[in-house]
Design a protein around this ligand. Structure first.
Ligand SMILES: [Zn+2]
Length: 421
């Protein structure tokens, strides 16, 4: 089968000399759908959860000093903000006919054809991405700056969202609970004390928060400025294309978190201004008395776009600060099922279970991936292909399941979430 052969091919192919013509050929042959190779990202301060299906020998392929690989990024034109990074870290490659070219360059060449007219007019890029985040334990209570606060250091804000795919969560790892926000009644003085105590050991910020058990097959919205300490389920994370953050917890599982990771995306002159630092928290949202109701996401079946044997579910939906910034769906086809999918915008696609065909492309879910090798599970569905409609067919013995995420302001019928639903 073609997909079996594809998995043996190295993803480190020669780079196309002319991206424009390579893109044209790939778009013509792929009927507007591009095949992508896996994009692996290491993190020096984290402990890989080992559920991303990398070969066990390959978790430190960037070198021990760079940390283990615990993220795979999807349809990304966003660079990973890691120290000591390789030049293409975080960036997705399109693969076609023995050559490769960056999705970022493809978007620059193809513009509206790839990302859609409105996204191209507003952003001149693909402004979102998604990833699998796979960690063994919890990570520090942190937040991502709002657009206004990130702008102070020339960056963009980073609202994000979570979904816990059952297929990639065969085990819980060390702590499948996520602390979110701050216990209602918490005062700014309480948080200030934690920052003052940074160097004394555990600064106690977690004592001010509440954890929620993570439930496979559900998700959360994480607005900017809201504290969260992600637990250890593997997480699919559609988000805005930015890597800003501020860590508010000084000690996690015995590992110290330097003050520099609290202030990394704040203006230099404010690095010891505690009121300024606390001022970047969205206070109301952190102490929300109905936090779960405001932010929890349970999948909603899109009945209009489902059919017998086919379920298309909204897994990430709703607005962040009044805006539709990203969204995601989970498409499930029973064996033998086939459907024509029409979407209102481009999407990044990852197959998480089974095998089949998406347009002219074979797709198959890998069980074990060598670092630097090709898979047949990831695609970029261009805006043109999404508008024209593309067929998805399950050719395997079990369900075919995929996740796909969308950019801003794409859907006119995106479900609302929380108290607005
Ligand atoms: Zn985060």
């Amino acid at each position: 089968m073609a997909t079996a052969t594809a998995s043996k091919i190295s993803a480190k192919l020669p780079e196309a000399k002319n991206v424009g013509s390579a893109l044209d050929q790939a778009m013509n042959a792929g009927k507007g759908i591009l095949r992508l190779s896996p994009t692996w990202v290491p993190r020096s301060f984290l402990h890989p959860g080992k559920r991303v299906r990398l070969h066990p020998d390959d978790y430190y392929s960037y070198g021990l000093n760079r940390g283990g690989i615990d993220e795979r990024w999807f349809a990304s034109t966003t660079e990973a903000a890691n120290e000591g990074r390789v030049p293409d870290e975080g960036l997705s490659w399109c693969v076609f006919d023995g050559q490769r070219f960056m999705l970022r360059d493809a978007v620059a060449e193809g513009g509206a054809k790839l990302v859609g007219q409105s996204i191209w007019d507003h952003f001149k890029k693909w402004p979102v991405y998604s990833k699998f985040f796979d960690n063994m334990g919890p990570i520090p209570h942190h937040m991502h700056q709002s657009f206004a606060d990130a702008k102070l250091v020339g960056q963009e804000g980073k609202p994000e969202s979570y979904y816990f795919p059952p297929q990639y969560n065969n085990c819980d790892n060390n702590f499948p609970y996520t602390f979110m926000g701050l216990e209602p009644g918490t005062t700014k003085a309480d948080v200030r004390r934690c920052l003052e105590n940074w160097n004394k050991g555990d600064n106690g910020i977690i004592d001010l928060a509440k954890a929620y058990r993570l439930e496979r097959g559900t998700g959360w919205l994480i607005p900017p400025g809201v504290l969260h300490a992600p637990g250890s389920l593997l997480t699919y994370e559609p988000q805005w294309g930015s890597d800003v953050f501020a860590m508010f917890q000084s000690l996690v599982e015995g590992r110290e978190v330097p003050w520099s990771l609290l202030v990394k995306d704040m203006p230099k002159e404010k690095h010891h201004d505690l009121d300024f630092i606390i001022g970047q928290l969205d206070w109301e949202k952190n102490v929300d008395t109905h936090y779960k109701e405001s932010n929890f996401l349970r999948p909603i079946l899109d009945e209009k776009r489902s059919a017998p044997g086919v379920h298309d579910r909204w897994i990430v939906y709703g607005h962040v600060d009044g805006k539709q910034l990203f969204s995601a769906k989970e498409l499930t086809l029973e064996p033998g099922a086939k459907i024509t999918v029409k979407d209102a915008g481009a999407s990044g696609w990852i197959t998480v279970q089974g095998e089949g065909k998406v347009g002219v492309h074979d797709v198959a879910t890998p069980t074990l991936i060598r670092f630097g090798q090709m898979t047949a599970d990831e695609l970029f569905i261009s805006a043109d292909a999404a508008a024209a409609g593309y067929t998805v067919e399950n050719t395997g013995p079990g369900p075919l399941v995929s996740l796909r995420y969308f950019g801003p302001d794409v859907h006119s019928d995106l479900p609302k979430h929380g108290r607005h639903a």
